[in-house]
Design a protein around this ligand. Structure first.
Ligand code: SF4
Ligand code: WCC
Ligand code: FE2
Length: 627
């Protein structure tokens, strides 16, 4: 067993960039070089352009904006706006999923695949289930889900899933999220010219907006996706560009919303479509994915993962991509012009993400079947337009076992711990492994790639370091894909673990890095932490568990960081969230918020030090518990 190294990834990319040069293609590597060094004001978060008296930039000579706002107010407002952008984005995705569920029909393209989960949520929300048709119930629960976005009074329904102690903290600190849309609006209101400039107020609302995402919109996205498409279970798949097949029509799905990709997968599997592909000279159809839409279909169908965020251009550079089909979020506008250098069709499908140089096939829940069929057909008919001299798919892929929803983790670990633990269907076996020290703790590795960090290195190096120290990894988003590409989701990766974790991997037959899904699925991690706390009688903040986003880049990532911290989990970042310009804001995020929510951020750009800090924190928590 051998991991694929980052050097090998980079050599493959170099070769693809050579192809790019032949056709005059641009790439992020060149654009990043032209954008560096970045504007210092922006980097420190000290530029304000929220009113037309500005833009104002804070310097030692000009310590206040024209309105008199100081650097702390400006950095804090920028941070809050950044969070609101992320919360809005995840939550709007969740809303789309609620709407898809609202449109589900027994004979339509979208069905209820996990009625059990639907019943569970209905009961949780106090909906009468007795004698109800499952689709009527789905529509009723979906309607309630949609209502969470604009509920008039009260806080998010899902908050009740948290331990009592956590709920009390949220109430006490006035950060329990109300209507999801209200928290986003309120954040924009607070950060408007002439509203809040008090650091505490701005950071408090940042936590609240984050919580409306993690325990609101994202959780709706995850839960209702499970109801519609099935709750993930362990499944075998593969990762990296080598999953594309030169002889086949290659369709790559990219973005976040499984409503689109699920339909594409359905039709790409249709015998009629496969026959058509053969007629057009291909051997078959391969669907693979990029970013979270890929995670969604990998977790539920074993569809292979072509790559993560900074690999999206590489997919087109293979010259073997007939169509790259996107929905929303994390899609490079570069894909339009890049596709024009090849035969690739760049297909946008959402009114939310429209781009130049794309074919726009508007996708909606009512016509999803026809839309997906049209897209698959378009890809098949494009096969003949390939330029064979440009085709090069790097021979590089790894096996991965994915699909570790909370339900799957609980089930998988049921049999593992010693026989005294007989409470099946709880997290107790996992707790037993942690208490006994066989596993020292867990790190939730999440987030993106960012050219500021050598892509994938931080994810992979940190994971290697953690598992060697008997710390199990749960991963999501592009971090999970980095792990899969390297081979860390191959069960054989147990060889890289310390003796304790290795034994758990053997007994439970799991890889040491567990793929929990897409970025909205970080809500799964929150549920897991909540269950661990409830089953152990500890507070979430006492568990030897930390979060880490070493290569993050998006607004969504900051929203996530805020809800992870606000849930009581220390969070470690490898990229600074534009707050270094204000010592007060930086102090609040890295220390001050601990007084409110029992957790805080650590920012450390040196990846090795970041890893040491996480291990130290986990060991501190163990010592405090006397385990
Ligand atoms: Fe300048 Fe104040 Fe306007 Fe910001 S709100 S641009 S600091 S005058
Ligand atoms: Ni989530 Fe980050 Fe990937 Fe996009 S897909 S790049 S936010 S981790
Ligand atoms: Fe994502």
């Amino acid at each position: 067993f051998k991991l694929t190294t980052v050097e090998e990834f980079e050599a493959a990319t170099e070769k693809l960039l050579e192809t790019g040069k032949k056709v005059g293609a641009d790439a992020w590597q060149y654009r990043a070089a032209k954008q560096t060094p970045h504007c210092k004001f922006g980097e420190q978060g000290v530029c304000c352009r929220i009113c037309a008296m500005g833009p104002c930039r804070i310097t030692p000579k000009a310590p206040r904006g024209i309105c008199g706002c100081d650097v702390h107010g400006i950095v804090g407002r920028n941070y809050l706006k950044f969070t609101a952008g992320g919360a809005a984005t995840h939550s709007d995705h969740g809303r789309e999923i609620c709407h898809t569920l609202y449109c589900a029909k027994p004979e339509g393209p979208y069905k209820v695949k996990d009625p059990e989960k639907l019943l569970r949520i209905a009961k949780e929300w106090g909906v009468e289930t007795e004698g109800k048709d499952i689709y009527d119930l789905a529509h009723e629960v979906a309607y309630l889900g949609l209502s969470e976005y604009g509920k008039v009074f009260g806080t998010q329904n899902f908050l009740k899933r948290a331990p009592q102690h956590t709920q009390e903290i949220w109430e006490r600190e006035e950060i329990a999220p109300r209507a999801i849309d209200r928290e986003v609006s309120c954040s924009l209101h607070m950060s408007h010219m002439g509203c809040s400039s008090l650091p505490e107020a701005l950071i408090r609302q940042s936590l609240r907006a984050g919580l409306s995402d993690g325990w609101g919109g994202s959780m709706a996205g995850t839960e209702f996706s499970d109801v519609l498409f099935g709750t993930p279970k362990p499944i075998e798949t593969e990762a990296n560009l080598g999953v594309m097949v030169a002889e086949n029509v290659n369709i790559v799905v990219h973005g976040h919303d499984p409503s689109l990709s699920e339909m594409i997968c359905e039709y790409a599997d249709d015998p009629e479509m496969i026959a058509y592909a053969k007629e057009m000279g291909a051997k078959g159809i391969t669907v693979s994915g990029v970013c979270c839409t890929s995670n969604e279909v990998a977790m539920r169908r074993g569809i292979p993962m072509a790559g993560n965020f900074l690999q999206q251009e590489n997919v087109v550079l293979t010259g073997a991509c007939e169509a790259i089909v996107v929905d929303v979020q994390c899609i490079f506008p570069a894909l339009g012009p890049l596709s024009k250098c090849f035969h690739t069709k760049f297909v946008t499908t959402s009114p939310i993400a429209q781009m130049p140089d794309a074919e726009y096939i508007r996708f909606n829940a009512e016509t999803a079947g026809e839309n997906a069929k049209a897209i698959v057909k378009m890809a098949i008919e494009n096969f003949k337009n390939r330029k064979p001299e440009l085709v090069h798919i790097p021979d590089m892929k790894q096996k991965a076992t994915v699909g570790y929803s909370v339900e799957a983790i609980v089930k998988t670990l049921d049999g593992v711990a010693n026989s005294q633990v007989d409470e099946m269907g709880t997290t107790k076996p996992l707790l037993e492994c942690i208490t006994s020290g066989v596993i020292r703790g867990a790190v939730a590795m999440v987030g993106c790639n960012n050219p500021k960090v050598r892509p994938d290195t931080a994810h992979i190096e940190l994971m290697k370091k953690m598992i060697a120290n008997d710390i199990i990894i749960i991963a999501s988003g592009c971090s999970a894909q980095a792990a899969a590409k390297a081979g860390l989701m191959d069960k054989e990766a147990k060889e890289l673990c310390g003796a304790g974790l290795k034994r758990v991997c053997e007994l439970a037959d799991i890889p040491p890095v567990l793929h929990m899904g897409s970025c909205v699925d970080i809500s799964r991690m929150m549920i897991l932490a909540a269950e661990l706390a409830k089953d152990s009688g500890l507070n979430i903040s006492q568990l030897p568990v930390v979060g880490c986003a070493p290569e993050w880049m998006s607004e969504k990532a900051v929203s996530i960081g805020n809800y992870v911290v606000a849930t009581g989990i220390d969070t470690f970042l490898g990229v600074d969230p534009y707050v270094s310009g204000s010592d007060q804001i930086a102090q609040l995020l890295t220390e001050g918020v601990r007084d409110w929510v029992e957790a805080a951020y650590t920012v450390e750009k040196d990846i090795d030090k970041l890893g040491d800090a996480m291990i130290a924190r986990i060991e501190e928590k163990r010592t405090a518990l006397g385990i």
